[in-house]
Design a protein around this ligand. Structure first.
Ligand code: NDP
Length: 326
């Protein structure tokens, strides 16, 4: 005989073989592989179902789409494929985890508890933005946080990039190969980037560095960007650069806060995995995509690591089963 508390508990608690947290290219690819391996994956999408790509426009560098595809449409294709193969996709947000024992305990929307034999973390990362209204207004219409993804659209044009770390330096040199001129907006009188990267920037003919400079506003005609107003924070001199593209490269924030204290991370919050695998320091917990990658951050690399995570989870479960039945 169950009392009411036990009945309520059983309604709000569910045991799954494979739980996938996050729904970008990494999560969906993990879902496709896990579903085909009969792990009956359950995915919680997070608040931004489809991840960062749903906030971009055209994706031209993902193999298999010869004519390119819009980011949101591509993520819809990923979702449909994962669903068709049997993934149980649910809209929900993981609010806390307890990885102290097996099965792992994951709380969704602060109410439902999932007990998971394996957990695949694919929560991604979010680009840091300056926080200007105009930046949001023109996001995807001249404003981008990924030069490798969007630089091509500004071929032969003048663009600006803000930031002075390794990412900004790398992306500025990448853009310099495609664009006529690249303004690099650096808020201090020096770079944060490594010496080698700074050397490369300084030796690129069509990069003009604006030190002690901050972005005041991105300007446009309502449809697309045609300039950026900057201000020198030492002289207060203000000017508008005529550019059609504005790239923000001031860092990314991995969406891993809920795992803090459980999983080994680097100092900026990227989850550490054993090189060549998606294995974390916690048994049965695997991590893929941008939550563990601050270097490549591409849809295709995220998808590749999602595939690895599902295979790692499958092999882990198979090995456990083997031990139990042996
Ligand atoms: P970082 O945090 O290293 O650099 C961020 C940059 O953005 C800093 O120069 C910072 O300025 C600037 N910035 C931050 N906020 C603002 C703002 N509001 N306005 C203007 N500028 C701002 O981030 P990265 O993405 O460059 O690098 C992250 C990590 O990844 C680093 O450890 C880096 O070394 C690594 N990485 C390595 C690569 C490689 O090895 N090939 C390639 C790319 C990244 P300030 O300096 O004044 O604080």
């Amino acid at each position: 005989m169950h009392n009411i508390f036990q009945i309520l508990m059983s309604q709000d608690t569910e045991h799954v073989k494979c739980l996938i947290i996050g729904s970008g290219p990494a999560g969906y690819t993990a879902a496709i592989y896990a579903a085909r391996a009969d792990l009956k994956p359950v995915m919680y999408t997070g608040m931004l179902a489809g991840g960062q790509l749903t906030q971009t426009t055209e994706v031209e560098n993902y193999p298999g789409y010869p004519n390119g595809i819009m980011g949101p449409e591509m993520m819809e294709d990923f979702r449909k494929q994962a669903e068709r193969l049997g993934t149980d996709i649910r809209f929900g947000y993981v609010s806390s985890v307890d990885f102290s024992c097996l099965p792992h305990k994951v709380v969704v929307d602060e109410s439902k508890t999932i007990l998971a034999d394996t957990v695949i973390i694919s929560t991604g990362a979010s680009a840091k933005w300056l926080g200007l209204e105009s930046e949001q207004k023109y996001s995807g219409f001249g404003v981008s946080a990924c030069a490798v993804c969007d630089g091509f659209f500004f071929k032969g044009q003048d663009v600006a990039i803000v930031g002075a770390g390794d990412t900004a330096a790398e992306e500025a040199t990448y853009l310099a190969k495609l664009c006529r001129k690249v303004y690099m907006i650096v808020r201090r009188d020096e770079f944060r980037a490594s010496k080698a990267m700074v050397h490369r920037v300084l030796n690129t003919r069509n990069i003009e560095i604006l030190y002690d400079t901050e972005t005041k506003e991105i300007v446009g005609d309502g449809q697309s960007v045609n300039g950026v107003t900057v201000i020198n924070n030492k002289t207060n001199e203000e000017k508008t650069l005529a550019v059609t593209g504005f790239f923000v490269a001031i860092g990314h924030h991995p969406n891993t806060d809920i795992f803090r204290g459980w999983i080994h991370m680097d100092e900026t919050g990227y989850i550490k995995t054993i090189p060549g695998s998606t294995t974390t320091n916690i048994e049965g917990v695997f991590c893929c995509g941008d939550a563990q990658d601050h270097i490549y951050r591409q849809a295709v690399t995220a998808a590749g690591s999602g595939c690895m995570a599902a295979i790692d989870a499958e092999r882990y479960l198979a090995a456990k089963e083997h031990v139990v039945t042996a």
